[in-house]
Design a binder for this molecule. Structure first.
Ligand SMILES: [Zn+2]
Length: 78
């Protein structure tokens, strides 16, 4: 169980690093299901610097936190 949490965390961290490194990603949104208490408190759009780490501790979802990072692409063309 602890291993599963660690795996999920490293996957999330990897995704976050990719978004941070991608210049087309302007902002990062956190999205989660309604039955996730964590999603309800943290979901929203964050700057690359202010984005909280996922998965969050204290998620009420029985199967574990499935909150995810979603990229907000910078689609302003010069
Ligand atoms: Zn969650």
């Amino acid at each position: 169980m602890a291993d599963q949490v660690a795996l999920r965390k490293s996957a999330q961290t990897e995704i976050l690093e990719k978004f941070r490194a991608n210049s087309r990603v302007d902002l990062i949104r956190i999205a989660g299901p309604r039955d996730c208490s964590t999603a309800q408190t943290i979901q929203g759009v964050y700057s690359k610097k202010e984005i909280p780490e996922l998965p969050m501790h204290g998620c009420s979802r029985a199967e574990g936190c499935i909150c995810a990072y979603k990229p907000v692409l910078n689609d302003i063309y010069p």
